[in-house]
Design a protein around this ligand. Structure first.
Ligand code: CP3
Length: 361
């Protein structure tokens, strides 16, 4: 790593991340980590000892405090708002709670046509104004140090939770409803699409610089089911947001769906570690950016293993623009935060991704 000392850091974290999201040149590769705001930080655990999860999420001061923790500690270029993929459900008339170590639980799941018909499509500022207040405060507090990243669960992943009532390996009830009662499924997806579109549009209006759509359970679907039951709704969301802010699609275990995901139209596709970065990139649309793709379990193997994997990822970009460095999925709770600090410095110290290209041309 002889280049570390010479690397010209000339952009703010916010400008760097947004330039990469638009496919424009950057001084060094921007980096942030999924689930950086909770999971492995002792200062987050201390905050949680004083306040339950929902209180932190619903109180802008506390949510911003948690959001800034990884920005301070890791030096990342993106500040993902402390929130959860489930929060847009708050305005839909479907109560849920967050069970420690388990995740979201819905005591009265959505199982029938009548349940779906009762779902409310609310105004996002009225239903989730606390998220918008937190984003406004976050933008002020960041002052350009990092990009403010908003997010939502995607309709399919939200439908999985709504129907199943809790996290699951296979989501059998959700998939049974999808295959067995497609009309009800499509009505639910159409309603969720409207809710998510309004929610993300309001986040951008409140100050989110870019937004990520988390479709965490998408890997459960085959190509035909994705085409029929999910892709049209994802496409609708990205079409509605296109002129407002950069968009990132997230999923995992979806190597078989990459070209279809790309075709739904996000500016960047977040990919997991199952394919090398360059191979995944070759499956995306021309000009589309990529986010990823370090296996989060690698961080537990210590710094040398992590550094080699990061170096490989950066090498595979081959100087192309449009890469945001991230993990392929969220940080694991056992991760040593110091390795993430080191990793950020390493990615920033590796130099401009375009040096190779410019020298070669
Ligand atoms: O980076 C961040 O931490 C920002 C905020 C954030 C949270 N959840 C906070 C949270 C983000 C981006 C999420 C996304 C999320 N939530 C996803 C998509 C990402 C993925 O992993 O696929 C999913 C599936 C959820 C649902 C969820 N929320 C689960 C399964 C759990 C329990 C297990 C866990 O991850 O801890 C949650 C709770 C949750 N969401 C916590 C945090 C900080 C833990 C709550 C606590 O402190 O007890």
């Amino acid at each position: 790593m002889t280049a570390v000392a010479q690397t010209p850091i000339s952009m703010t974290g916010r400008d760097r991340l947004l330039a990469a999201a638009r496919g424009e040149p950057v001084d060094v590769t921007p980096v942030w980590y999924m689930r950086q705001a909770g999971r492995c930080l002792p200062e987050y655990r201390a905050l949680r000892e004083r306040h339950p999860f929902m209180e932190v999420a619903h109180t802008p001061d506390l949510a911003v405090e948690a959001t800034l923790m990884p920005v301070e500690r890791f030096g990342v270029d993106g500040a993902v708002l402390f929130a959860d993929i489930m929060l847009p459900l708050g305005g839909m008339g479907v109560p849920f709670r967050m069970e420690p170590k388990v995740g979201p639980v819905i005591d009265a799941p959505i199982r029938t046509r009548a349940d779906v018909e009762r779902i409310v499509i609310a105004d996002a500022d009225e239903a989730t104004g606390y998220v918008m207040d937190a984003l406004r405060l976050l933008r002020r507090e960041l002052g350009g140090r990092a990009a403010a990243l908003g997010f939502s669960g995607a309709p399919f992943t939200l439908a999985c939770y709504l129907i199943e009532g809790h996290g699951s390996r296979e989501y059998p009830r959700a998939k049974a409803l999808m295959y067995g009662d497609p009309e009800t499924w499509h009505l639910l997806m159409a309603k969720l699409t409207e809710v998510v579109t309004r929610y993300l549009t309001a986040q951008i209006a409140a100050g989110a610089d870019a937004v990520q759509l988390f479709d965490s359970w998408l890997g459960l679907l085959g190509t035909e089911a994705y085409r029929e039951f999910v892709a049209p709704y994802t496409t609708r969301i990205f079409a509605a947001l296109r002129s407002l802010a950069p968009t990132i699609h997230f999923s995992t275990g979806t190597t078989h769906l990459l070209d279809q995901i790309a075709a739904t139209g996000p500016d960047l596709v977040s990919v997991d570690w199952r394919l090398p970065l360059d191979e995944a990139w070759s499956r995306l649309a021309p000009g589309q950016g990529i986010q990823g793709n370090l296996d989060p379990t690698l961080l537990m193997g210590g710094w040398d293993v992590t550094r080699r994997a990061a170096e490989d990822i950066l090498r595979r970009t081959a100087g192309r623009s449009g890469h945001i460095f991230n993990l392929g999925h969220g940080i694991l709770p056992e991760t040593d935060p110091d390795v993430l600090t080191q990793l950020t410095a390493y990615v920033h110290g590796a130099g401009a991704p375009f040096e190779v290209d410019q020298a070669g041309n």
